[in-house]
Design a protein around this ligand. Structure first.
Ligand SMILES: Cc1cc2nc3c(=O)[nH]c(=O)nc-3n(C[C@H](O)[C@H](O)[C@H](O)COP(=O)(O)OP(=O)(O)OC[C@H]3O[C@@H](n4cnc5c(N)ncnc54)[C@H](O)[C@@H]3O)c2cc1C
Length: 363
């Protein structure tokens, strides 16, 4: 008897949304031999992915009552170094993963009390932090303002260049044979007997076995009112600005934060300063008040900034949720999956989200 082996039919998966979340899930699926088409209504990675600061900071950003989320953030952080290495090999470009660590400093007595409370809380969770006197803070970052009172140092809170990350993911997806359809707005998904069958573009309907929604702050617009489960994702505006330092002599080398601000130095001398947290719907205007808030807080920490040019300002929309945690996985509609609502941690959560979603598709 002759045994005929029938080749396994490859799944064809649609990913709606070309930010870091959609791109990274697509890359993992392509590596597992799944056909993937990404639909992006603008150009790739110009949403929150472009606006972010790229901090990979589960520890220093830990909030009381968010311990379940913290555990998730720490798991993703643990994947980051290998993820960056693998992506750099697949794309042939660096994503500037940096491990100098993060310093949070207090500039007055109130901030010092606030940071001490945080230190006690973080210590109670067993997170590795070092308490620093004012002199020790300045030893690490000599340009800190004279009024620095003390601070904490977290060696494990790192950073990546999120714009390079997105570019590297795009290259990796293309190299792996992924199809990227920019300027293609998905109007809806199609279904039969509560199973997803494809997506609807302005040009018509296209069939897919699986559809993954990664539409960030715009998710409710796509899913509409009648979606059979609540998906409470809302836009949370963040304004930022960027100062150009001398790349050979940067003012800071760590990510430096105060309770009011963070500053993220890039290898090319750019210093990202952020970010406001505003409930303004889909408004992304740069405002005088937003810039004033950032400039005043940054100047208190790093007065030497006075001499440096502002080279960019921008605002982006974080996909916020009720509990600050993402919404991941299956829905009541068979083969329609969600990976949305990554709020302030979508860059940090990229490796873990891609792992979880690709494992669900491959089950
Ligand atoms: C100011 C700021 C600072 C931040 N800093 C950090 C940080 O330091 N560290 C960190 O981990 N995270 C940070 N974040 C959060 C992080 O940027 C987000 O959580 C993450 O980028 C979310 O990625 P995403 O792919 O889900 O969304 P997005 O990057 O917004 O991508 C969603 C994409 O879907 C597309 N889309 C929407 N609807 C449709 C449709 N119907 N059809 C086709 N395409 C569609 C959009 O055009 C968009 O490109 C920051 C965010 C902001 C705004």
């Amino acid at each position: 008897m002759k045994i005929i082996t029938i080749p396994k039919i490859k799944k064809h998966c649609a990913v709606i949304g070309g930010g870091v979340i959609g791109l990274s899930i697509a890359w993992r699926l392509l590596q597992a031999n799944v056909n993937v088409t990404i639909f992006e209504r603008n150009t790739l990675a110009r949403g929150a992915t472009h606006a972010a600061a790229g901090m990979l900071a589960p520890q220093i950003e830990a909030e009381p009552s968010e311990e379940i989320l913290l555990n998730f953030l720490l798991q993703s952080k643990a994947l980051w170094q290998d993820f960056a290495g693998e992506l750099e090999a697949a794309s042939g470009m660096s994503v500037d993963y940096r491990t100098e660590g993060t310093l949070e400093v207090a500039m007055d007595g109130d901030q010092l009390r606030h940071i001490r409370d945080r230190y006690t809380y973080l210590d109670s969770l067993g997170l590795q932090m070092i308490w620093l006197s004012a002199a020790e803070c300045r030893e690490r970052e000599p340009y800190l303002g004279r009024s620095v009172q003390g601070g904490i140092y977290s060696a494990d809170d790192h950073q990546v260049d999120n714009r390079k990350l997105a570019k590297a993911l795009e290259i990796a997806v293309r190299n792996a044979g992924g199809i990227i359809r920019e300027h293609t707005n998905i109007l809806n998904f199609t279904q039969k007997n509560s199973t997803v069958t494809g997506v609807e573009t302005t040009a018509g309907i296209e069939n897919f076995d699986t559809v993954i929604v990664t539409t960030g702050a715009w998710t409710k617009q796509l899913l509409g009112q009648n979606f059979p489960m609540p998906v409470p994702v809302r836009p949370v505006k963040g304004q930022m600005l960027c100062v150009q330092m001398d790349a050979a002599h940067p003012l800071i080398r760590h990510v430096v934060r105060s309770p009011e601000i963070y500053m993220v130095p890039r290898l090319d001398g750019r210093l990202l300063i952020g970010a406001t947290l505003e409930e303004k719907g889909f408004n992304t205007q740069i405002t005088f008040g937003g810039m004033r808030q950032l400039i005043e807080a940054a100047w208190a920490v790093l007065p030497a900034l006075d001499e440096y040019p502002i080279v960019e300002t921008w605002a982006g929309l974080r996909p916020g949720t009720l509990d600050d945690a993402p919404i991941l996985g299956k829905t009541p509609i068979e083969n329609l999956l969600l990976a949305v609502g990554h709020y302030r941690h979508g860059i940090l959560l990229t490796p873990l989200t891609a792992k979880i979603l690709s494992e669900i598709v491959l089950q």
